[in-house]
Design a protein around this ligand. Sequence first.
Ligand code: GLT
Ligand code: MN
Length: 388
Amino acid sequence: MARKALWKRSDKFAFGAWTVMNAGGDPFGEATRPQLSGPDAVRGLGERDVYGFEFHDNDLVPIGTPPRRRDAILREVRKIMGSTGIKATAGTTNLFSHRVFKDGAFTSHDPKVRAYAVQKAMAGIDLAAELGAGVYIFWGGREGAEVDVAKDPVEALKRFREAMNFLCAYVLDQGYKMVFSIEPKPNEPRSDMYLATAGHALAFIATLDHPDMAGVNPELAHVKMAGLNVVHEVAQPLEAGKLVDIHLNAQKPLRFDQDMSFGADNPKEALLVVKLLSDYGYAGTKAFDCHPYRTEADPWDFVERNMTAYKLLEAKVDRVNSDARLVAMLEELTGADDAGLGDVLLSYSRKNAAKLRGMKFDPAKLAERRLLYERIDQRLTEILLGAE
Ligand code: GLT
Ligand code: MN
């Protein structure tokens, strides 16, 4: 890219190592570009001033790697981290590729498969701790069903909880500084997956032995696959103080998992996600979880475009937030006259209830208040399109 890079490390952008290791294969066709190794993926990201990388245990250490080889790989990755300045920001366990997980990992019917999954997660947590990652992601890729009659979903959630409780206790026992993050997805690769949205994940987290140890990393594409609202999906964990990471990308609604680059499909929606994160001072890493188009010869234009898109949208957010016309319209909308209400709605008391009962409202008059939604939306569109 000829243009000067817009991003800095302090932007705290991250990429899944797997995003640049994606070689373009899909269910209908073979790979279209060379397979990068884990260390080469980390090096390429570090050389492009990316703040951090996320990784599966097997992105770095393939299943069955002897311990000495594992340690040698880790030494190599640490060396790359030292020379490029990139950090390991989040680890995760691949509990979906191997056929042993064909009917689930933590939610498998087979106690031995469940035990293997928890053992694998423990080893992945050790690996993440060794590289200094402070977030550990749980994406239940195979935790779901095609045949609901064959797996009791209540029992499945109990098993999921047992595994998470075991692993939380493991982290505490080891003294690791690490929070868990559940990554929701409604479907694919299973027909239907448990913990389908951020809301499902939040409700589940509240039932853990250590709810404070777990948060959520929503992924825009995942919720979009169900046709739901990406801004709301991010807002809910944010409001709950549970947004510990985020997976940014793009997706046309109600289709297979496309994992397109951030902003590639719906720039207005991407803008509103960036606005949400910056308005509320989100300080965690912003990870891109998507992959280059199958037609790309290498992943590097893809890496640069995602960070560039975020920074351009961030600049637009500044314009949106300082646009006098838009600000005035939003103020009119949100600054409704509450004179006379006092603190009656702030909290329930018998006194407040009595006060509220005694108040006089004229609904027809209240309904007359103008709401400039067309103009507001149009102004946002204009700013996005570069109008003065
Ligand atoms: C997989 C999935 C992603 C998850 C990764 C974490 S793996 O690529 O599509 O959304 O974030 O396990
Ligand atoms: Mn993801």
